[in-house]
Design a protein around this ligand. Structure first.
Ligand code: SF4
Length: 235
């Protein structure tokens, strides 16, 4: 983390260098965040220690030795092709590109699966229900492995660190039908931004179609705030 932080801090943000893409937006904006580095390192170490000493780690070790296969996402080498959902069998969505990759997956057998996603941000207050993100992961698995959800046992959980609190459950057919419907609705909603609902004719619409948020809080941490401000001169 210290090496990457130093690289980010020393980077020249005034020119584009395709070989050096990594950089923190705070450094791009010239903010001094040196004091936050140690705090972030301690947070990561604490999360790791909590996980290593937990029953959950024992379970993970067990999965590696005793299950058919285990998937672990590599955050440093994003496989963008592998992240795509194969939506070709869904006529209303086959032209849409949806990308998703969980942190961890286990195949116990041809009809028993487990998907885990670790979270380090603010915990959800609700304690039940499967998030849309987890449903997308389940949909991806179903489409990829041609699974009949009515005969399969797919469990999905978000695991919060450091509390190890988990939110999720078993995926039902209604979850999959619901997330497909949600994707279809989202696509319909986005079509209103196309000229004559035609992708080919699509041209950028005037800025009035994309009003800026009035939330200063959102703008303060938005990575586009520099460009956003500059664009005002052309409106
Ligand atoms: S700075 Fe970001 S959040 Fe704020 S209006 Fe511009 S794009 Fe939206």
């Amino acid at each position: 983390m210290k090496t990457e932080f130093a690289l980010s801090k020393a980077r020249d943000y005034t020119s584009y260098d395709r070989e050096h893409k990594f950089g923190l937006s705070e450094h791009y904006y010239g903010e001094n965040i040196d004091h936050k580095l140690e705090e972030s390192i301690q947070k990561v170490l604490n999360n790791l220690n909590v996980f290593m000493e937990s029953d959950r780690n024992e379970k993970v070790q067990h999965y590696f030795k005793n299950t058919k296969s285990v998937y672990v996402e590599s955050p440093r080498e994003k496989d963008f092709e592998g992240m795509k959902l194969n939506l070709s069998s869904l006529p209303t969505l086959k032209q849409v590109n949806v990308m998703a990759a969980p942190d961890f997956g286990v195949v116990f057998s041809d009809n028993k699966y487990l998907i885990l996603d670790r979270k380090t941000g603010q915990e959800k207050m609700d304690t039940d229900g499967v998030s849309e993100q987890l449903k997308i992961y389940a949909l991806k698995l179903i489409l990829k492995s041609n699974i009949n959800i009515e005969n399969a046992d797919i469990e999905v959980y978000e695991i919060y660190l450091p509390s190890l609190h988990q939110v999720g459950g078993k995926i039902e057919k209604a979850d999959i039908d619901g997330i497909i419907k949600k994707l279809e609705e989202d696509v319909e909603f986005q079509k209103q931004f196309l000229v004559d609902s035609d992708i080919i004719k699509n041209q950028p619409l005037t800025p009035s179609h994309f009003p800026r948020t009035k939330s200063e809080k959102k703008c303060a941490i938005c990575t586009f705030r520099y460009v956003c401000e500059k664009l005002k001169a052309f409106e």
